[in-house]
Design a protein around this ligand. Structure first.
Ligand SMILES: C[S@@+](CC[C@H](N)C(=O)[O-])C[C@H]1O[C@@H](n2cnc3c(N)ncnc32)[C@H](O)[C@@H]1O
Length: 220
């Protein structure tokens, strides 16, 4: 019942009047190919949050097939800013390029193929040259075990009052589970995410929203 309610709100699409067939195809194809993409409810909330910031420059860690990136790219370009996204998997990167072309925003976006841990510092070098390249909104949505590293690197690129939006921070609710209920294969990831959340709580302007798979918001 509640899920249907979220489906019907469809904020993201109504807002941008994005060619529905196009975005629906990307969503359907990604799910069929087992490419993990952001859920609609988290996407809606992210777009709402990002748009409120009127961000010029937006960065995404974890492009996958470009589903969330198409919306973030639209937000950046409606403000006359830039959108950059990083993906480590060459096949997904190629698919994202194709999807961005279909959505008509490829020319205005920067889709980087590479490991974010190597690529983010390069973006930092651009910022050293020109502060205008600072990021106003960053979406972290890549491998959970690396979240602390992604975050620390990204925070350096963030403008004052900028926002970092982190998806899946509660990892299927496992971070709040009792240790004995956590499958062995997830123990390390859960341990790292717990340490990450503790660090964010203690050292940053951070709020944890326990919906979807857990959303974390940090403001600089
Ligand atoms: C959850 S998916 C991203 C979904 C996408 N943001 C969306 O909602 O449409 C995570 C992606 O991060 C990529 N990834 C994992 N580690 C990475 C790294 N170190 N650098 C760049 N991309 C990475 C994975 O290959 C995967 O495609």
């Amino acid at each position: 019942m509640i899920e249907n309610f979220f489906e019907s709100s469809d904020y993201s699409r109504n807002l941008f009047k994005i060619n529905d067939k196009n975005i629906e195809e990307i969503e359907k194809e990604s799910l069929e190919d087992n490419v993990p993409i952001v859920t609609k409810e988290v996407l809606n909330f992210m777009i709402f949050t990002a748009r409120g910031k009127k961000p010029l420059n937006i960065l995404e860690i974890g492009t996958a097939t470009g589903y969330s990136g198409i919306f973030l790219g639209k937000i950046a370009t409606e403000n006359g800013g830039s959108f950059t996204t990083i993906e480590i998997n060459p096949e997904r990167h190629a698919k994202a390029v194709e999807n961005f072309k279909k959505a008509g925003i490829f020319e205005k976006s920067r889709l980087i193929l590479g490991d974010a841990l190597e690529e983010i510092p390069k973006l930092g070098k651009n910022i050293e040259k020109d502060q205008k390249n600072m990021m106003d909104f960053i979406f972290i949505d890549a491998s959970k075990g690396q979240y602390i590293k992604f975050f620390e690197n990204c925070y350096k690129l963030l403008n004052e009052e900028g926002i970092i939006f982190i998806d899946n921070i509660m990892f299927r609710g496992l971070v709040t589970e009792k240790d004995e209920n956590i499958p062995k294969k997830y123990k390390t990831i859960v341990k790292r995410l717990r340490e990450f959340i503790e660090k964010l709580n203690n050292e940053y302007d951070f709020v944890l929203l326990p919906f979807g798979d857990g959303v974390g918001l940090v403001r600089k």
